[in-house]
Design a binder for this molecule. Structure first.
Ligand SMILES: [Zn+2]
Length: 200
């Protein structure tokens, strides 16, 4: 079966589950509007789909995906900042209570950063990944991905309205790492390091 047909079959199943069952979630969401409590920044990697990993229904996650799940520093220079715009929308308009930055193992973006000289096509990737120059160096992609999470966290703090929300106690930032091979999840604790995530 052609893969594009698989998408249309998938959409059929989605409609049956979420729109044609007794509980018409999509109609409810259309009435209730867009009001997620959690924003997640994840990599574009096809193996790391937040809604699937965390078994979320429509309406539960406000998701931003970019190459290597990076948060750039606050640069209000009137250029085209897609990640910062999504953060502004999530924090200031949706007023999400949790911001999760989800990194993962075997990240192609991180690997491209570590082997930048080998990029044959490089109009944008190198500049985007050059954000990582300021994060702690490691030649192991997974260690680099974890260090990059801390770097993104520090960059979050440069956004004045993120800092305000944190100070007011209305926002929490979580740093998570998903290992594809192990299918395991770790959470970064600023006192303990990488630990198993716990329920709050
Ligand atoms: Zn990745």
């Amino acid at each position: 079966m052609a893969k594009i047909n698989k998408l249309l079959q998938g959409f059929d199943s989605f409609r049956k589950q979420y729109a044609e069952s007794n509980v018409n979630l999509m109609a409810k969401l259309a009435q209730a509007g867009h009001n997620p409590e959690i924003m997640m920044i994840a990599c574009s990697d096809a193996r790391v789909d937040p809604a699937l990993l965390f078994q979320c229904d429509p309406g539960e996650l406000f998701i931003l995906r970019n190459v290597a799940n990076l948060v750039p520093p606050y640069e209000c220079d009137h250029r085209h900042h897609g990640t910062s715009a999504a953060l502004e929308f999530g924090i200031c308009y949706l007023k999400v209570k949790h911001l999760v930055i989800l990194a993962h193992s075997q990240c192609g973006g991180i690997q491209a950063h570590l082997t930048e000289t080998k990029l044959v096509q490089n109009d944008f990737l190198g500049d985007w990944l050059s954000l990582l120059h300021d994060s702690e160096k490691s030649h192991h992609p997974d260690v680099c991905a974890k260090n990059a999470l801390l770097f993104s966290y520090q960059n979050c703090l440069t956004f004045p309205w993120i800092q305000t929300a944190l100070n007011q106690g209305v926002l929490k930032i979580h740093l998570w790492f998903f290992d594809i091979l192990q299918a395991s999840l770790k959470s970064y604790d600023f006192d303990l390091g990488w630990v198993d995530p716990t329920f709050e």
